[in-house]
Design a protein around this ligand. Structure first.
Ligand code: AMP
Ligand code: MG
Length: 350
């Protein structure tokens, strides 16, 4: 007869607990091991979802880096490098940090590629509208006409040698709000990698950068917002591994007057919110700075020019959602997304 002693019972109990813990881990109940942190910076809400032994340290360092970028590049902080460039406009060059120099130099590249649809000297017009801020208003057409005279990214002079930025005309100002979040996301990714993190989802105000896969080995699923619906309602989803997914949309920041929406993406050739056929422009790329710089310009360019431009750029793809509820994608995206809303029609080719 087999006698179970107290000692044996204890050992069996320990084995049962151990096996149960292994089963819980293998069946995916370890999701809670992601550390999720939300914080406000860059004028928006951000979220970091991180898995790994050094997740907490990586998050702390990331937040520090994002706030540092905000302090350098915010147009709302008097001491920021961006503000100093504007104060010295038409007068003298301003020496800036490597971070700011890199962002402005990249931004100018996207201003040129988009033929001025993306224009970082748009700030005086953005300030007239003040969309999403106290005092938001429809400016008079005269005010817009006046300010349009000084909007021209070709007046930004950059000097690689002393890392300085100079604006040729007085009253010109730079706004990197259309590209800085992407840069910050790339920097956060570097901090994660430095800390040995292999799985993280970086979300800076809707700028998504997926690091690795989810811990169960599957791709991260990113939803593309339905511009006609409440936040969190998607047109489609895409699965991504080590990719940036950035969307510029008319629903991000806006106000309405008599049912007409005035949003924050300004067409530099009119001075008014962009009225192209696009309501949501998503760029999928390796680096988020590229996705961010391109998404804003592409939104303004409209479907035809946008698809043409993105097809020419190696390793970059686009998903465009239009006013007439159509979905256009670049060739590299075909078959790589799942439409989740019946309200939209997929258009194969332009
Ligand atoms: P995003 O959300 O990346 O599309 O960027 C929108 C932000 O970029 C706005 O809030 C403005 O600060 C700025 N912006 C608006 N219109 C333009 C434009 N045509 N070119 C460059 N930046 C712009
Ligand atoms: Mg952008």
């Amino acid at each position: 007869m087999l006698l179970i002693t107290i000692d044996n019972a204890l050992i069996i109990m320990i084995i049962v607990i151990f096996v149960t813990l292994i089963l819980i881990f293998l069946t995916g109940n370890h999701k809670k091991l992601y550390i999720v942190r939300e914080f406000y910076s860059l004028g928006t809400n951000n979220q970091l979802k991180v898995y790994g032994k050094k997740a907490t340290k990586a998050i702390e360092e990331s937040i520090k880096k994002v706030c540092e970028i905000d302090n350098k590049m915010s147009v709302f902080k008097e001491e920021s490098e961006l503000s100093k460039i504007s104060i010295n406009a038409g007068n003298k060059p301003q020496i800036v940090s490597n971070d700011t120099y890199y962002v402005i130099q990249k931004a100018i590249k996207y201003c040129a590629l988009s033929k001025g649809a993306f224009d970082i000297t748009i700030k005086p017009i953005v300030a007239l509208w003040s969309i999403g801020k106290e005092g938001q208003q429809i400016p008079s057409s005269n005010e817009i006409k006046e300010k349009l005279k000084i909007i021209n990214y070709k007046d930004v002079v950059i000097d690689e040698n002393d890392k300085s930025i100079f604006l040729k005309k007085k009253e010109q100002e730079i706004d990197v709000g259309g590209i800085a979040k992407g840069y910050a996301a790339d920097k956060v990714k570097n901090v994660m990698i430095k800390n040995g993190i292999k799985s993280a989802l970086i979300n800076l105000g809707g700028n998504i950068l997926a690091l690795g896969t989810k811990i169960d080995g599957t791709p991260w699923s990113v939803g593309i917002q339905d511009p006609f619906n409440t936040r969190g309602e998607f047109v489609l989803t895409i699965g991504v591994i080590n990719k940036s997914v950035v969307t510029s949309g008319n629903y991000e920041r806006y106000f309405e007057v008599k049912g007409k929406r005035f949003h924050h993406i300004i067409n530099p050739s009119t001075g008014y919110p962009s009225e192209s056929d696009i309501l949501g422009a998503t760029i999928i790329s390796d680096n988020s700075i590229d996705g961010d710089g391109l998404s804003t310009g592409v939104y303004i360019m409209g479907v035809e020019k946008a698809i043409k431009l993105i097809e020419e750029i190696e390793g970059v793809e686009a998903i465009l959602i239009t006013k007439s509820r159509e979905i256009y994608v670049t060739s590299g995206m075909e078959g790589k997304f799942t439409i989740t809303s019946q309200d939209f029609v997929y258009k194969n080719g332009i």
